[in-house]
Design a protein around this ligand. Sequence first.
Ligand code: DC
Length: 237
Amino acid sequence: MDNDTQPTGAAPVLTIDGPSGSGKGTISRLVAERLGWHYLDSGALYRAVGVAAGWGDIDLADPAALVRCTFDTVVDFREEGGELRVLVNGSDATGELRTETAGAAASAIAAIPEVREALKERQRAFRQAPGLVADGRDMGTVIFPDAGAKVFLTASAEERAERRYKQLSDKGVSVNLSGLLREILARDARDASRAVAPLRPAADAVTVDTTGLDIEEVVGRVLAVVSQAGRGRSQQS
Ligand code: DC
């Protein structure tokens, strides 16, 4: 069967793509909870390979070694006390996954076509009843092109830098706002300009700009996209 063809009768999917700091993670988890659907944090898979590469002292400039590392890395998602924990090769790496180092390694690794190909089926395996909310960069364009509802979440780079600044300051990490803004702009440019699966909205995605909106307002808009898509389908059938 063609890899890009989804079986008919497959569970419904809502894809939420967008740049770092657009609030995708928070919004996707809340929307999945409200819908009672599964949740895929695809960025965590790339981050997990980045962390495993660090553990194995693998050079980020050695694509062949990174592809081998992708095949060798076992990633398990576990729900524990309402929190999602990520195990990398059996060790809890939830905290390490969120570090800037893991993010930068993930971004470099994500530019390798064979790595993306190796992770395709792992991501598609999350599509299970009653439905899936898939969070990432290429969920609507490459992994689930037939998803019934697609959202592209954005926010201005300044607002994303401020959110990240607040997150880190709340954790007691001292950071510099203009440095964060520079990092975000550099990451955006790298993710949007890579040859394979660049960050861009799917042609049929609804763009939601979260600048100046609070979490509940964004969740409401995303849920409206899902019910609108559901109405569209029932009118067609
Ligand atoms: O969403 P995140 O910050 O956890 O993602 C980490 C990196 O992984 C990011 O720089 C882009 C990459 N990524 C990707 O290329 N495709 C995805 N579906 C998810 C993440």
